[in-house]
Design a binder for this molecule. Structure first.
Ligand code: ADP
Ligand code: MG
Length: 239
C-alpha cells in the first residue's frame, strides 16, 4: 500500500538522541549521568522512562528539552539540532515546541489557574484574547472549567497537575516532557492524571516522554524505556 504524506510524516522520529553523554563535575572525579544513549521517538508516541534514582532520567529529559547541554552527542527535534542551538534559540524552542510538566507542578502561586495556563502564551507574544481562548478550551479539556479564577492553594494536587498539563499544551507543542508528574499524587489520582496525558496526547498528536517511578503509570504508555547507570537497558512495549 502506498504511504500517504501523513503516514510518512508520522513515521519520521520527532526526537532523535545519538551517543548522548552527560558528565557532571571534574574529569576524574565527576559523575557520568548519561553514558551513551541512543533513542528514536516517533511522532505521537507516548513513551515512559523508568529506572532507579540517579540513573540519568532527568538528565536525559533536560537534554531533550534544551534545559541543559550534553557533554557530547546529539539531540534532534525534527530537523533542528538542539545540541547546536544558542541560548536565544533554546528559549524559543522551550517556549513554543516543548511542553514541560514537573513533579511539583511549578505553577505560580500569585496567579489564578487561568493566568498560570495563559502565561506561556503571553510570553510567546500571543494576544490576550487568543491566550484566554486557548486556556479556556484546555482547562475544559482537563475538567477544570469550574476553577478558572481560583487561587492555587484552593486546588488539590491532582487539579494542580491538570492545570500544569493545560499550561504545557497551550502553545500546542509537538513534544511534551514530564518528569515524575505523578510523584506527588496518590495512586488513584495518578491514574486519572496519566489517563488525561494519554487522551490529550492523542487528541493533539503530541509526542510524550514521561519519567515515572510507577509501573502502573508507565503501563498507560505505549513504550517503556528502562535506564540504569546512564544507559538504556530495556526498550519495548509498556504492556
Ligand atoms: P534521575 O533523574 O534518574 O534520578 P539524574 O539525571 O537527576 O537522575 O542524575 C543522574 C546522576 O547525575 C546522579 O548521580 C546525580 O547525582 C548526578 N547529577 C544530576 N544533576 C547534577 C548536577 N547538577 N551536578 C552534579 N551532579 C548531578
Ligand atoms: Mg530525576
Amino acid at each position: 500500500m502506498k504511504e500517504s504524506p501523513k503516514d510518512q510524516e508520522n513515521s519520521a522520529p520527532v526526537i532523535r538522541i545519538e551517543k548522548a553523554r552527560k558528565h557532571y563535575g571534574g574529569t576524574s572525579t565527576g559523575v557520568e549521568a548519561l553514558a551513551g544513549v541512543d533513542l528514536d521517538i516517533p511522532r505521537g508516541q507516548f513513551a515512559a522512562i523508568m529506572g532507579p534514582s540517579g540513573c540519568g532520567k532527568s538528565s536525559l529529559l533536560h537534554a531533550l528539552g534544551g534545559l541543559d547541554k550534553l557533554t557530547s552527542g546529539e539531540v534532534w527535534l525534527d530537523d533542528q539540532p538542539v545540541h547546536e542551538l544558542d541560548d536565544v534559540a533554546l528559549t524559543q524552542l522551550r517556549r513554543q515546541q516543548i511542553g514541560f510538566v514537573f513533579q511539583f507542578f511549578n505553577l505560580l502561586p500569585t496567579l489564578t489557574v487561568a493566568e498560570n495556563v495563559q502565561l506561556p502564551a503571553l510570553l510567546s507574544g500571543l494576544d490576550d484574547a487568543e491566550a484566554v481562548e486557548r486556556s479556556t478550551k484546555l482547562l475544559d479539556e482537563v475538567a477544570l472549567s469550574h476553577r478558572l479564577t481560583h487561587q492555587l492553594h484552593q486546588l488539590s494536587g491532582g487539579e494542580m497537575q491538570r492545570a500544569a498539563l493545560a499550561r504545557a499544551l497551550i502553545m500546542n507543542p509537538p513534544v511534551l516532557l514530564a518528569d515524575e508528574p505523578t510523584g506527588n499524587l496518590d495512586s488513584h489520582t495518578s491514574e486519572k492524571v496519566v489517563e488525561l496525558f494519554r487522551q490529550l496526547g492523542r487528541e493533539h498528536n503530541t509526542t510524550i516522554v514521561m519519567v515515572t517511578h510507577s509501573r502502573e503509570v508507565a503501563g498507560a504508555a505505549e513504550r517503556l524505556i528502562e535506564m540504569r547507570d546512564g544507559q538504556v537497558v530495556g526498550d519495548g512495549p509498556a504492556r
